[in-house]
Design a protein around this ligand. Structure first.
Ligand code: 4NP
Length: 156
């Protein structure tokens, strides 16, 4: 089954939001996929998503409550077709960590799947206010639609 892994730093704000939103968009489009999320760090391993992310997602109709944070592992690069970073720092860490020959394609979520936004990175909302969490949902909804279209093309 085609598979997608979303990656941010803590796996409690941006990548679980991408997991929940993209899961809903893929289901709407009738795509059967394996979807997960992970962090480049283990700072929050085992934790549920940040309550601010959960609440903002819920306000838009997405449930993140079942997600638990985990760190990226080397096998992820051979398990997943796409490993999608939320920002450039995440992408650089993934590029440094992966082996040369691996199955996964590494992507930068907004730059690769919502280039028209003119914003290349999903900003880290962790230390900011409520507005940041709203912005994260908006950006991720748009890139998720681009990602659905990309996978529909890939599967043709
Ligand atoms: P995330 O946000 O990478 O979107 O999950 C963060 C969560 C926690 C931390 C940083 C970013 N932290 O430093 O604990």
């Amino acid at each position: 089954m085609y598979s997608v892994l979303f990656v941010c730093l803590g796996n409690i704000c941006r990548s679980p939001t991408a997991d929940g939103i993209f899961r809903a968009k893929a289901a709407e489009a009738g795509l059967e996929l394996h979807i997960d999320s992970a962090g480049t760090s283990a700072y929050h391993a085992g934790e549920a998503p940040d309550l601010r992310s959960q609440q903002e997602a819920k306000r838009h109709g997405y449930d993140l409550s079942m997600i638990r944070s985990r760190q990226v592992i080397s096998e992820d690069f051979n398990q997943y077709d796409l490993v999608i970073a939320m920002d450039k720092s995440n992408l650089e860490n993934l590029q440094a960590y992966k082996s040369n020959a691996c199955k996964a394609k590494l992507k930068l979520f907004l730059a690769d799947f919502a280039p028209d936004l003119g914003v290349e990175e999903v900003p880290d909302p962790y230390y900011g206010g409520a507005k940041g969490f709203t912005e994260v949902v908006k950006l991720i909804e748009q890139a998720s639609e681009g990602l659905v279209a990309y996978i529909q093309q890939e599967k043709k």
